[in-house]
Design a protein. Sequence first.
Length: 558
Amino acid sequence: MEISSRNVVEGPSRAPHRAMYKAMGLTDDDIGRPFIGVSHTGNEATPCNIHLGRLALKAKAGVQDAGGTPREFSTIAVSDGIAMGHEGMKSSLVSREIIADSIELMIRAHQYDGLVGIAGCDKSLPGSMMAMARLNIPSVFVYGGTIMPGIYEGKQVTIQDVYEAVGAYEAGQLTIEALKNLENVACPNAGSCGGMYTANTMASISEAIGIALPGSASPPAEDPRREKIVYESGKAVLNLLENGIRPQDILTYEAFENAIAVTNAIGGSTNAVLHLLALSREIGVKLTLDDFERVRKKTPHIADMRPGGYYVMLDLDKIGGIPLLMKSLQKKGLLNENAITATGKTLKQNLDSIPISFDANQKVLKSIESPIHEIGTLTILRGSLAPDGAVVKVAGVYSKQFRGKARVFDREEDAFDAISKRKIIENDVVIIRYEGPKGGPGMREMLGVTAALVGQKLGEKVALITDGRFSGATRGLMIGHVSPEAAVGGNIALVKDEDEIKIDLEKNSVDLMVSESELAQRRKEWKPRKPNYERGVLAKYASLVTSASEGAITKPLF
């Protein structure tokens, strides 16, 4: 096995380096072992991440007991829930790149031999996995775990309910006292948002794609099993190192197909499309939007999960978690069983070793023979409004066709203001543009906007289209990731108030019903806008970021 850390600590010339390690309490025996980085995104910004430092201690113990020397470090992490609805959300997607970059720098600088990456809130999961792909050293990803649902008036609630309650309050359908009471109980402890939102979707993907241990996605953050999972993940890295198994052996094209299948079966977040595209480009796998459609069309939707359904991650965990869902897909031959995983074994070997079976009495997972939808829920749309693609999650969407008049806004705040003042009415198509990867920059999520529409009972009566993104907690006819984006002159920049928009979910199309000659004239008149930021990290990001259809990754200019 290749031990890169020997370049740092062996030989007389490395005496200063060893002296630095001994200052931190390491012995010659410790220095003689493989060095394993234990990264985590723990901070006090969000309940998703507040406990990760404690989990890192267990991962370090696993590394130590397996014969390695753990070296803990942390990265930044943005709270999507707290950044939502204001300028702060522009930093969210940018943080994915910074997390990946910072992990890469720490590993390269210190020549660690392997990596355990622990993450909680939305962008920290793909950010950590992207670093693993980029570095290609033996690595295991570990999720920090889901939050427990709150209980309000005898029902399970999540942060989604609070956002939608704001819309109900503004519509006069909820009192301020009721809103406050809900706020007080919706998030009872540590952990990531409880429905099949982005964090739980990406955690499910980490199992499906093989970079995390089987059964690691669903146990709650405060469950004692979570500590055992991070401990075993620490041990697993040494097994991968000993057997020479790297991310390039795990993150294959077939593994990405498995991830797409699981995402559709669980009714996962639209952000999964963006993050899987980004991850594929870090490892050199040629994944496209067409692959998402191809896999979706043969994968049934079987998990009745929020936001489009009823249940939360805790409920899925109680019946067997992602392994049970994958066994259902395996039964129909919908998974690539020979994909290598973080255990060093194949997906089939992992699933065969887990003694769980489908219980017809539970209601969280439908049988593969009687699914919620015959095909998956993450739909790629194309058309004159989105020539390079757009994404919509159809779980919980009942109207397959929609026509309406455009109401155009050039920033999220203006749209939210109009919604709050009840200026959006039935059959409107809300267009929010210049919020894409370059235009925002940062491709803001818009849960405040979408939840306000749902709270006003407009979720099925209007459509929303943006070159920005949506939270995993979004539901309704909400189309995001429109490419090309407005900032680079995409057709979404040419839409005017009262233009007719046609959406057809059966034909996978989203079209601007304006003649080619009129669009050509508008294109001549269009001029690029001045960047929103001219210095600092957001300006750097805007100058380097690619289209959402490419995963909104950053590319060097040379």
